[in-house]
Design a binder for this molecule. Structure first.
Ligand SMILES: Cc1cc2nc3c(=O)[nH]c(=O)nc-3n(C[C@H](O)[C@H](O)[C@H](O)COP(=O)(O)O)c2cc1C
Length: 304
C-alpha cells in the first residue's frame, strides 16, 4: 500500500490509548508492523504545550511509518496541532473520528464527528491545509452503518489520503462482531487506500478481511497486545526477538521518557496480556502486579 508516497508493507498497529506507547510501537515495528500509531492526543493539549501530550508523541528510530493520532473538532486547533514542529517526525497524522467514550463524544469529538460530516470535513480540510499527510480513523457510523461509504467519501473529498474503518458503530463500542460489509462498500466508493480494522488476530483473519473488503491493508489493535509476533506472522517473516527481549526493549524505551515508577505501572497492563493463556500465567501476572521495579519485571519476563 502506498499512502501519498509513504510505502507501507504489512499490517498496521491500530492506536490504543494506554498501550501504543513508544516502547510498544518500537517492538511492533521490529516485528514487522508496516506502520504504527500513537494513542490519540488532544489537538488543544498539544497547542497549549502540555508536557504529557508531548510525552505521548515521543518516538524512537525503530518506528516504521509513524503516525500521530490527534483528536478534536475545532478546525483552528486541529490546524495548529498539525503545524506544530513536533509533527515533522511523523509520516502521517491521523484524525480520530471513532472514539466512543462519553467524555469525548459529549464534546462533539471522536465518533461524534460521524454525526456531523460537514464539520468533520472542515476538520480534515484545516489539517490538510498545513501540507501534512492527513488520514482519518472512523467507525462505520454512530447509530447505524448506513452512511459509512458516504462518510468515507466525504473524508476523501476533504483531502484525507487514507482512512481506517473499524467495523463497528459507536453504539456497539467493542461489543458483537466487527462488520466488514460497510468497509467493503466504502472501498468500492473511494480511490484512497482504506484500511480494515476490527477483530483481526492472526494471518487468517487478516487475509479474510482483505479478501472480503478489498481493503488495501488491515490494522490490528487488541490482537497485538501480548502478541506483537502477529505482525511477523502476517508479514511472513521470522520473529526478530522473543517476548522477553520485546518486553526488555519496551521498558528501555519507556525509561527514556518516564520515571521508573510510571514505567512499572504502565508495563503491568502489558504483562497481563503477555501472561494470558500461558501455563502458570496467572501466577506470573500476580507477580508482575506486585513488582516495584523494572528489575523485578525483567526477572518475571524470563518466564514468559
Ligand atoms: C484500550 C483501547 C484503546 C483504544 N484507543 C484508541 C485510540 O486512542 N484511538 C483510536 O482511534 N482507536 C482506539 N481504540 C480502537 C482501536 O484502534 C481499534 O479500532 C479497535 O480496538 C478495534 O480493533 P481490534 O479488534 O483490532 O482491537 C482503542 C481500543 C482499545 C481496546
Amino acid at each position: 500500500m502506498n499512502i501519498s508516497g509513504v510505502e507501507i508493507r504489512g499490517a498496521l498497529l491500530a492506536p490504543m490509548a494506554g498501550y501504543t506507547d513508544a516502547g510498544f510501537r518500537a517492538v511492533c515495528s521490529l516485528f514487522g508492523a508496516g506502520a504504527v500509531c500513537t494513542e490519540m492526543v488532544s489537538a488543544k493539549g498539544l497547542v497549549y504545550d502540555s508536557e504529557k501530550t508531548k510525552d505521548l508523541l515521543f518516538t524512537t528510530p525503530y518506528e516504521r511509518a509513524s503516525c500521530a493520532q490527534i483528536f478534536g473538532n475545532d478546525p483552528y486547533f486541529i490546524k495548529a496541532a498539525c503545524e506544530d514542529e513536533i509533527m515533522d517526525k511523523f509520516a502521517l497524522i491521523d484524525i480520530n473520528m471513532g472514539c466512543p467514550v462519553p467524555k469525548i463524544v459529549k464534546n462533539g469529538e471522536g465518533s461524534a464527528l460521524l454525526e456531523n460530516p460537514s464539520l468533520a470535513q472542515e476538520v480534515v480540510k484545516a489539517a490538510v491545509s498545513t501540507g501534512r499527510r492527513i488520514t482519518v480513523k472512523c467507525r462505520t457510523g454512530f447509530y447505524s452503518s448506513d452512511n459509512c461509504a458516504d462518510f468515507v467519501k466525504r473524508m476523501q473529498d476533504a483531502g484525507a489520503v487514507a482512512i481506517t474503518v473499524h467495523g463497528r458503530t459507536r453504539e456497539q463500542y467493542y461489543m458483537g462482531k466487527a462488520d466488514y460489509a460497510p468497509i467493503k462498500e466504502a472501498v468500492e466508493k473511494v480511490s484512497i487506500p482504506v484500511i480494515a480494522n476490527g477483530d483481526i488476530k492472526d494471518k487468517k483473519g487478516a487475509e479474510h478481511a482483505l479478501e472480503y473488503t478489498g481493503a488495501s491493508a488491515v490494522a490490528i489493535g487488541r490482537g497485538a497486545l501480548g502478541n506483537p509476533g502477529v505482525f511477523a506472522q502476517i508479514a511472513g517473516v521470522d520473529e526478530v526477538m522473543n517476548k522477553q527481549e520485546a518486553i526488555g526493549l519496551h521498558m528501555r524505551v519507556l525509561l527514556e521518557i518516564y520515571p521508573e515508577k510510571k514505567v512499572v505501572n504502565d508495563m503491568k497492563k502489558h504483562f497481563a496480556f503477555y501472561t494470558k493463556g500461558m501455563r502458570g500465567g496467572k501466577e506470573l501476572k500476580l507477580k508482575a502486579f506486585a513488582a516495584t521495579s523494572v528489575k523485578d519485571l525483567e526477572e518475571i519476563a524470563k518466564y514468559i
